[in-house]
Design a protein. Structure first.
Length: 368
């Protein structure tokens, strides 16, 4: 038995010795040379510089002054008067409510207001303010004249909304300390601030909250010439060569929304870069957007699916929203809130008591 054990121990030792002999060799083979280390570090630095440049370019796309903001002439006129008057009185701006479809520049306008007034802007969203301490922490931390921007303000919960009432009117917070008979209300003074609320559903706001805003302004959809100017400005910031016809082609397919305009510009930029071209023209812009299933009116694949379903399967309507959702495989709420508004805006769908109807213009566009 002892010989067998000795043999086993010898085998283990020899195998371990071999592994130890191999380890230094593997390390020697895997150890990079100083030249490779230098190359890798240079590549990392270059990639970081490229990422930083791209991030700076993306941030520059958003205008920081009212004069650089394209479109919304009526809104800019009203806000320009409010800014000048507030500066002359050395007071913060009155509370402002901005409403309208998504992507029209509500957040950008809040940042511009802060820049014009020379104050800071704290940005948050209503769903993030779940507890009372969330809004209390933001309000207490504001400096005189600062702007608090709340996106989707119609989604505020009841407790948070009621905390905003005295804060907006009397610059104070009423906080309840304790419970039951020992409960006490403590008032915390706040520094003068401006609340800028943004919503896509102004009808969902309660009257007490809506009436506490001094300025209530609606953002309109953009015209073709305004979107073309936005494309040219963004292309200049992104160092992308583009001509007037190429900019108009992108603007024409942007649904009147600057956010979509900049998104399509990036996709066309990628297409032109891969194709090895130096400049975006109308042909290249059209090819790139056709590749992404965005037609000349800005309709994507799902928009055309909804229209073709109404026309082909339901003979143009009227048809209920649930029937359209079942036939297309899309959620009914998604169709109603995402795709239907633009189709209604351009006159391709009509709503009736019996359901949705596809107009002759929609049939002509799809050539059915």
């Amino acid at each position: 038995m002892s010989k067998k054990i000795d043999l086993k121990m010898a085998i283990k030792r020899s195998s371990s010795d071999k592994k130890q002999e191999k380890l230094p060799r593997q390390r020697k083979n895997k150890s990079p040379s100083p030249q490779n280390n230098q190359k890798e570090s240079q590549e990392i630095l270059l990639s970081r510089e490229i990422k930083e440049d791209l991030a700076q370019n993306e941030e520059k796309i958003r205008p920081h002054q009212l004069k650089d903001y394209v479109g919304q002439k009526d809104l800019k006129g009203v806000l320009n008067i409010a800014i000048m008057a507030a500066k002359q009185r050395d007071e913060p701006l009155d509370h402002i409510l901005l409403y309208g479809p998504p992507g029209l520049g509500k957040t950008t306008m809040a940042l511009i207001l802060a820049s014009e007034m020379g104050v800071s802007c704290k940005i948050t969203a209503a769903p993030a303010l779940e507890r009372p301490r969330d809004i209390i922490g933001l309000l207490v931390g504001l400096q005189p004249g600062d702007i608090l921007f709340i996106d989707e303000i119609h989604r505020l919960n009841r407790v948070t909304e009621e905390l905003l009432y005295p804060a907006m009117e009397d610059k104070r917070l009423d906080v309840t300390i304790g419970k039951g008979q020992s409960a006490k209300i403590r008032s915390i003074p706040l520094k003068p601030f401006t609340l800028v609320g943004a919503t896509t559903k102004i009808g969902s706001l309660t009257s007490p909250l809506r009436d506490r805003f001094g300025l209530i302004q609606r953002l309109q959809f953009y015209e073709l010439d305004e979107l073309t100017e936005i494309v040219l400005r963004s292309a200049n910031i992104l160092n992308v060569a583009i001509d007037q016809c190429g900019a108009q082609e992108i603007a024409r397919r942007s649904r009147g929304t600057p956010r979509i305009t900049n998104r399509l510009l990036r996709r066309v930029r990628d297409y032109v870069q891969v194709k090895g071209k130096n400049k975006i023209d109308q042909v290249l812009a059209s090819e790139a957007l056709d590749l992404h299933n965005v037609d000349r009116l800005g309709l994507d694949w799902t928009d055309r699916l909804v229209l073709s379903t109404i026309i082909e399967q339901f003979k143009g309507g009227p048809v209920g929203l649930d029937a359209i959702a079942s036939a297309t495989g899309e959620d009914s709420k998604t169709i109603e809130e995402v795709y239907e508004p633009y189709l209604l805006q351009i006159g391709f769908i009509n709503r009736t008591n019996r359901g949705r109807i596809a107009t002759p213009e929609a049939q002509q566009h799809l050539k059915i």
